[in-house]
Design a protein around this ligand. Sequence first.
Ligand SMILES: Cc1ncc(COP(=O)(O)O)c(C=O)c1O
Length: 379
Amino acid sequence: MYQQPVEAQTIADVLSVRSDTAPVHFFAPDRLDARLAEFRRGFPGLVTYAVKANPTEDVLQRLCAGGLDGFDVASPDEIALIRRICPNAPMHYNNPVRSKAEIAAGIAAGVVSWSVDALSEYEKLVAAGVSPKAEVAVRFKLPVAGAAYDFGAKFGAEVDDAVDLLRHVATSGRPLALTFHVGTQCTDPAAYVSYIHAAAQIAERAGATLDRLNVGGGFPASRDGSPKPLEPFFAAIREAMSAFAVRPTLICEPGRGLVADSFAYAVQVKSIRGQSVYLTDGIYGGLSEMVSMPAPALAVMSANGGWRDTARQGVRAFGPTCDSLDQLRDPLALPEGLTEGDWIVFRSMGAYVTGVTTRFNGYGLSDPITVKDLCAPYH
Ligand SMILES: Cc1ncc(COP(=O)(O)O)c(C=O)c1O
């Protein structure tokens, strides 16, 4: 469980007296509440949350209490977690490849919507006895840019296949939806527009009327230090919906764009050797995304508690494990005068950190520390 907020406790207050060298995850709950409010105020439909992005209980409890419309779950464990923490919340099982045992767990827990991207997976759902009243959402993909990396490489039917699949699902008479994922950390609202226009065409070609359209996640966090307001995305989505003669109910299921900016993550410099730094965390821990994406903006604090403001230079960074793969893809922009024992604080680290951290070589992650805010001179 998280520590209670301490009046005026800051990241610097915590790190300047810390003797433990393990990485520290900082959580500012007010920021999470504010971002949820931004989604609920502006998104023209239902706001759900992709549990995989950050499954810590305090986050889930706050989202549940904050009036979230449901959760995107990807496994029986996530389903059980949500049933325990937010018992009445609707769940959408949007990992489109499931074993029979996983389908049974979803049925037992009352999942209300299932995504599919292949006929064989749809037939598995029907054979397993998924209720004819449960929604099936056909997931499709487009070759669209704008995100940090391509999500279509693994899931999603090609457009022509999505038309056939939607037509087939429609014969069951069950609630119908289309869904997509523009790719994570998408900074271009036009990506959503392309997908929504394609969804309208797929529905028309299939002769189907959609009950709902799930625009997925992908909304950006302020990783690079510049704010990422959501309104331009919402405005583009609202406008694009005019492509439908009969408008389906909209759903979004953000992960990163909802939680990332309410956390920061501090790792310590454990050694400096030549032009390389060795950190107390790496790709098997909270920095795992830095093999595929640039590092977020960062601030560096010296052991005496002062923020370093000297000129930055690119430095090769390694994680703490014995695996030689454990190094960051890009050099980190670190200040001159960097010293062993300094803390490097990364911003926007609330997504894909807690859920993906391993215990490899005995490293790992402890409970987050709650702070009033995440202020630091990030750049
Ligand atoms: C089906 C689905 N929905 C939503 C998300 C959340 O994506 P993001 O964190 O980019 O918002 C994911 C991420 O993998 C996903 O697979």
